[in-house]
Design a protein around this ligand. Sequence first.
Ligand SMILES: Cc1cc2nc3c(=O)[nH]c(=O)nc-3n(C[C@H](O)[C@H](O)[C@H](O)COP(=O)(O)OP(=O)(O)OC[C@H]3O[C@@H](n4cnc5c(N)ncnc54)[C@H](O)[C@@H]3O)c2cc1C
Length: 393
Amino acid sequence: MTTSAHEPEELAEIRRAVRALCDGFPGEYWRAKDASREYPAEFVDALTRAGFLAALIPVEHGGSGLSLAAACIIMEEIQASGCNGSSAHAQMYIMNTLLRYGSPEQKAAYLPRIASGELRLQAFGVSEPTSGTDTLSLKTRAVRAKDTGGDHYIISGQKIWTSRAEYSDLMLLLARTTPREEAASKTEGLSIFLVDMQAALGNGMTVKPIRTMMNHSSCEVFFDDLRIPASALVGEEGKGFRYILSGMNAERILIAAECIGDAKWFIEKATGYAKDRSVFARPIGQNQGVQFPIARCYAQMRAAELMVHHAARVYDEGGNPGEEANMAKLLASEASWAAADMCVQTFGGFGFAEEYDVERKFREARLYTVAPISTNLILSYLAEHVLGLPRSY
Ligand SMILES: Cc1cc2nc3c(=O)[nH]c(=O)nc-3n(C[C@H](O)[C@H](O)[C@H](O)COP(=O)(O)OP(=O)(O)OC[C@H]3O[C@@H](n4cnc5c(N)ncnc54)[C@H](O)[C@@H]3O)c2cc1C
């Protein structure tokens, strides 16, 4: 599939290396994992051993210190190869918070071990059952323990949709440290913690998997007076919401890159099938009714891809790509979903047969107009923060 017209050689090299690794994980592998809702541990291990999941960790902490643009190529190519990066993508996008706001001690303690694969940083605990998209209403509390002179926090509450919670050693957790009515402003009073999940499991933290439309390892996580050391606090107490927001640009750009990869996979699959499948004694792709939707999806994907590249460039140059990251996520998730739908239509009945992987990728691609942020909320951001329209909520 044609990629960016002028991809620099160092990015093209990363793309080839990711593709070579992914070739070892064909459709059969993903189908089996999907059927048993099993975590693709072998795939994640291979990505870790190859250093791809440490792309954003600085060299001095054992990573490869690559740009976000390079990290995007990794995530895009995983999806374009038919694999599923959702098993590991959080390690890329959570990293930003630890890198920007973690203390030197936290970075020294965790980053080299994450880079080597000894520790997995895969769980991100933000969403809660009652607050939904309204993150500032979250109810999970972190209270300084009085009995140890404030050396600990006691966590109580519940998270939902914490993906990969069963397969992560560390969780980045957002919890309220100051009651909303006592906080200096509505965005203050939330704090970020780096929770040692292995120590927490069974000692105040329980994890319950949720069976979903696709194999995503999402869970409910319950905190019942979990005691964590005060040294788990990331940055300053009360500033957690700001930290999370600043990390969201990287997250949105990386997810958008995954969507571009998915769109490429669907377009390539549909194109191949439309050439091979013969009905009425000619390839179905000879009919404009079949080829035009493929061509339209291709154009839509390429336009979204430009926005992803632009957003990554603004990020890598140290700018604030709030507008670009949101638009990249919006356009890329819509492009991948349009391509998914088109691919099923092109395959006709075979689009529903598991052996072609189209139905699996279709289910997986559906997520991204909803999570990690829904299309409506992106439109609200653009309307309010870019166009200056009144806040709608
Ligand atoms: C498979 C999966 C994995 C996930 N992984 C994680 C994870 O690892 N960590 C984590 O913290 N979360 C995770 N999430 C949660 C995800 O981020 C949320 O589902 C998503 O942000 C939407 O929130 P919600 O489900 O609470 O929807 P709600 O907030 O209940 O919204 C429902 C619908 O209403 C719309 N809506 C709500 N308010 C408005 C408004 N003011 N204006 C217009 N429309 C509005 C939304 O756009 C949405 O379409 C995951 C979710 C899924 C399904």
